[in-house]
Structures are given as C-alpha cells and as structure tokens.
Design a protein around this ligand. Structure first.
Ligand SMILES: O=P(O)(O)OC[C@H]1O[C@](O)(COP(=O)(O)O)[C@@H](O)[C@@H]1O
Length: 391
C-alpha cells in the first residue's frame, strides 16, 4: 500500500506559497566583488561567479533553461521546484528552533527504520517539503525516498522519477555540522504504464544508475551549494542570500586526478579487511603511488565529505554495507564521473550495479580516478564485518 502523508503535516510548512521565493528584483545590479569574479582558489580550482551575456551571474534556472544548456521545459520546472524546496530546507537547518518540529516524534513518519537509523524530525520535515514541491511541479510520477519504505506516486503522467535522500547527515544536526540533500532523476518508463501502480512505481525506482538523466546534491553548510549534472559536466551553484538565487560559481568541476586526502571512519580499522588496512597504512606513510603522506578528513556527513573530495581530490569512502545504492551511491557516482572521477563499490563501477531493492546498501568509494584505481588494486577492501555501530 502506497502512502503519502503530506496533507497531515502542520500547515505552516506546507502553505502553498506562490513560487516566487524570494522576490526577484526587476533589475539586479551586481556588487563589484561579483563582477571581478575571482573569489578564491582551492587546490587549483578557482571559484568564480560566472557572468552571462548581460554581465549578470548565471542562475541555476537560467543555466538549465533556454539561455544555458536547455535541458527541456519539463526538467527546468522540476529543478525549479526542487531548488525551492532545498532553499526551505536550508532555512530550516540554519534555524531549527521552530516549535512545529517538536510535533514530530523521533522515528515517526513513513519509515520502519529504528535505532541509529530512525528518522529525525528534520528528516521527516525535509522529506515532506520536497515531496510537496515535487507534487506541485506536476512533473514527477514517482518519488523514492530514504524516508519512505515504498515509492510514492505523485502525477501519473509526470515525465520523471525522482530518487532522493532528503536530508543526509542529520544525526549531526544538533551540532550544526553540514548536512545535504541527494537526488537523482530518471525518465518515467512509459512502457510500464500498464502495470499496477505499486509495481510500476517500484520498477521505475529501480532503474540502473546509467539511466540517470540528472543527479546532484545540495550541501547545507557555511554556504548552501546546489551541485548537479545533467549529463554534460558537473556544475555547482551557490545560494546568494541577497537575491535568493543559486548562482553558477563552479562551472565544469574537474576533480583532481589524484588527491592527498582519504575520508573514512577509521575507528572501524579493526573491522576492516586486510586490503583496506594495507592501503590506508601505505598512503598514510607516503608509500603509495603518490609519494606524499596523505591526510585524513571525515565529517561523517556524506554530502560534505563528497563535496570536499570533488574540489580537493582524494577518496571519500564508507567500506561497509551502509550507504544506499539507489538514492545515495548512484546520484553521487554520476556527479563524480561527470567531474572526471569514479564511483565504485570496491569491485565494480557503481552505476553498473542493477538495484534489486529500494533501500539496498553497499560499500561506497568515490573520488579521484587515480586514487580509486590504486585503492581497488588492493582488492580486499569491502568491510564485511558490520556489527551495527551505535554512533
Ligand atoms: O557510521 P559510518 O559508517 O561512519 O557512516 C556515516 C555515514 O552515514 C551517513 O550519516 C548516512 O547514514 P544514513 O543514510 O543512515 O542517514 C552519512 O552521512 C555518513 O557518511
């Protein structure tokens, strides 16, 4: 039985606001710091506000629309609704002292997960915010979310299927640690239209990662960043709080072919297999193919760890069966590949793994191509001892 509960949520979250948040100035004049676009450089990657032909910065919607890569009107409408939802989540995570959140009991919502995995209030609210935006877009037939046991049917004739983790990393939320939304977009499989609703929703959600039309993530951190691929490179847009627009700041991201950073929860060292221990021991000592000692960075928030890896290079990994193929590994692998990187489960390319169930978990290694290849050469890198950690 499919369930979709947005109408029973506190109305304050779901007032059908007109789609004009925040109001757009008629003529936007740029602060000079934007016109002289070089802002900073990290690891050889320069962050620029890209100016369009009218000398104004390109917004996400302009970029995907007719003035940019022109992904088609339906997808533009979907992305417009998605970015709106993500701005609402950004505002919520930045200011979570909303009394309505108290109405959500930890572990409530439409998910049977419990213990460490039980959804937090902000997980549930973020899920509802995105679901209601996608429903209003009229462009989405099915949404498969981490927060719902089964896929949710929206508009029967919607051209797209969305898979998502609405708010990853939320267990750190009370410490204001970065969180993120992950999404993937597929075409609806029209050849399945004749099937019963539940069956076609499930099959539409289990498409292979190679069929993704678009994918990305939104990082909620010191900046809110919408990073996406539509199959022609990976591009990131930073939320400009003065106008409410996502501005193209990182066009055509290229991950460094090799980084000097590994990102993993190494408290699990003694549960790791021999190959993974050996790899980490080797690069820590600067004895790998790249003869410099590696550094460790681990936020324990997948989007944040992946975003850093995309910009600085190296590997973000979780070697145990924890992260989800459909709405975490596949979308992030698509972005990684479009930036010249790799997404692997330690043995195979992620996007070639056929999903068999919605919440399927697997080891995940994302990052610089040379680092991933070197790590894979140790062969025995998937952690099979997975006792169910408490924190
Ligand atoms: O406990 P581990 O293995 O370090 O896992 C941490 C990972 O789990 C996550 O919190 C995701 O877990 P959930 O999908 O259960 O929310 C990631 O953000 C993070 O990378």
């Amino acid at each position: 039985m499919l369930s979709f509960t947005i109408f029973s949520q506190p109305t304050s979250y779901f007032l059908p606001k007109p789609h004009n948040f925040p109001p757009k100035p008629t003529k936007f004049s740029l602060p000079t710091t934007f016109i002289k676009p070089k802002m900073s450089t990290f690891g050889g990657f320069s962050i620029n506000a890209q100016l369009g032909s009218n000398n104004e910065p390109s917004t996400l919607i302009e970029y995907v629309g007719k003035g940019g890569i022109n992904v088609g009107d339906d997808l533009v409408v979907l992305i417009d609704h998605l970015q709106y939802a993500c701005k609402r989540i950004a505002a919520l995570v930045a200011s979570p002292y909303n009394s309505n959140l108290g109405n959500f009991v930890e572990g409530s919502g439409n998910s049977s997960r419990s213990g460490r995995d039980a959804p937090k209030p902000l997980d549930i609210v973020s899920n509802e915010i995105i679901l209601s935006s996608l429903q209003r877009s009229g462009k989405v037939a099915v949404v498969a979310s981490e927060e719902n046991d089964a896929p949710v049917c929206l508009a029967d004739d919607g051209p797209f299927v969305v898979v998502m983790d609405p708010l990853d990393g939320s267990r750190n939320i009370d410490a204001s640690i970065p969180t993120g939304t992950i999404f993937g977009i597929y075409n609806r499989l029209v050849e399945l239209d004749h099937l019963p609703a539940e069956e076609k929703a499930a099959l539409n959600s289990l498409q292979s990662g190679t069929q993704l039309v678009a994918a990305g993530y939104v990082l909620y951190s010191s900046a809110t960043i919408f990073c996406a691929t539509f199959g022609s490179g990976a591009h990131a847009f930073t939320l400009d709080h003065t106008t409410g627009d996502f501005i193209l700041t990182h066009p055509n991201i290229k991950i460094p072919p090799r980084g000097q950073i590994y990102s993993v929860n190494d408290a699990r060292y003694f549960d790791w297999p021999e190959g993974l221990r050996k790899y980490i021991d080797t690069v820590r000592q600067g004895k790998g193919k790249y003869p410099k000692k590696y550094s460790a960075r681990y936020i324990c928030s997948l989007v944040a760890d992946f975003h850093r890896t995309l910009l600085y290079g190296g590997i973000a990994m979780n070697p145990r069966d924890h992260l989800r193929l459909v709405y975490e590994a596949n979308p992030l692998s698509f972005v990684a590949e479009q930036a010249g990187g790799k997404g692997s489960d330690g043995k195979s390319r992620i996007r070639l793994i056929q999903p068999v169930k919605l919440h399927q978990r697997l080891p995940l290694f994302l990052g610089s191509p040379e680092d991933i290849e070197e790590l894979e050469s140790y062969e025995d890198i998937q952690q099979n001892v997975n006792p169910g950690y408490e924190v």
